[in-house]
Design a protein around this ligand. Structure first.
Ligand SMILES: [Zn+2]
Length: 245
């Protein structure tokens, strides 16, 4: 049997003796790895990190919400762990070669640090995936509902997909770890245009049954059933959660 690899952010929490969500104080954790956090007005992006040797300073935009600031600090600590010595500009980085991968790595570190598996798994055990659970996780761990929803896709044992509609109408999706890996997610299911969704979501916040093939393509999807919930978040984004029955 292969031993489970503990991600570096979770290892750090163990080393610091942090065992409860309320103890995840990002400034204290930063200090433990040689990083000072300060809050200032920033012209570009939400946060940045400047390091020299084994010390660094993270600067976070003081106008951002507290949940965003916490995620930004955790994200920059991800760069400090994984990309020390490299020059990166966060959130402008998609255009740079290889930098998008660094951003994903830093986001992954932030999710592990703020919503560690060893705290989240017991909390969600036996609880069906729903927006109620998303908000419970967001409030318990001091993160945004979007960050909580994405993390639940990693950790929750249910087979589901999140389909997210941005304010500009662009759609993207995230599949849960338990979703049949041979199934593809349709980001634009038949008969569901972006405009129609924006004009009025059917059954907001209430789960309703849909044929799984409306959202998924793949062997067995034709005969399966799913439950769909539509939700508009405070940030203006719409999320559809489609849980396979
Ligand atoms: Zn970054």
């Amino acid at each position: 049997m292969t031993a489970k690899v503990v991600p570096p952010a979770e290892r750090l929490l163990h080393d610091l003796g942090i065992t409860k969500p309320g103890e995840i104080d990002v400034e204290v954790i930063a200090c433990a790895v040689g990083v000072t956090v300060r809050y200032r007005r920033l012209g570009v992006g939400d946060a940045r990190i400047v390091g020299l040797g084994d010390r660094a300073i993270i600067t976070v935009d003081d106008r951002a919400s507290r949940v965003r600031q916490r995620f930004s600090v955790a994200h920059e600590l991800g760069h400090w762990h994984h990309h020390r010595g490299r020059r990166l500009i966060c959130h402008v980085a998609e255009q740079q070669d290889g930098a998008a991968g660094c951003e994903r790595e830093a986001d992954g570190y932030a999710a592990d640090l703020l919503m560690p598996r060893f705290m989240l798994e017991p909390l969600v055990a036996g609880i069906p995936m729903s927006f109620g659970l998303v908000y419970q996780v967001a409030s318990t761990f001091g993160v945004s509902a979007m960050a909580a929803a994405l993390r639940l896709a990693d950790v929750h044992p249910a087979a589901f997909a999140l389909v997210v509609e941005e304010a500009d109408g662009r759609r993207w999706f995230r599949r849960s770890a338990a979703l049949n890996h041979r199934w593809f997610v349709r980001s634009n299911p038949p008969g569901m245009s972006v405009t129609a969704d924006r004009c009025g979501l059917p059954h907001p916040n209430v789960a309703f049954a849909v044929p799984a093939q409306r959202w998924f393509l793949g062997q067995g999807a034709k005969d399966a059933q799913a439950f769909q919930t539509n939700h508009v978040m405070v940030c203006g984004r719409t999320i559809h959660v489609i849980v396979v029955a």
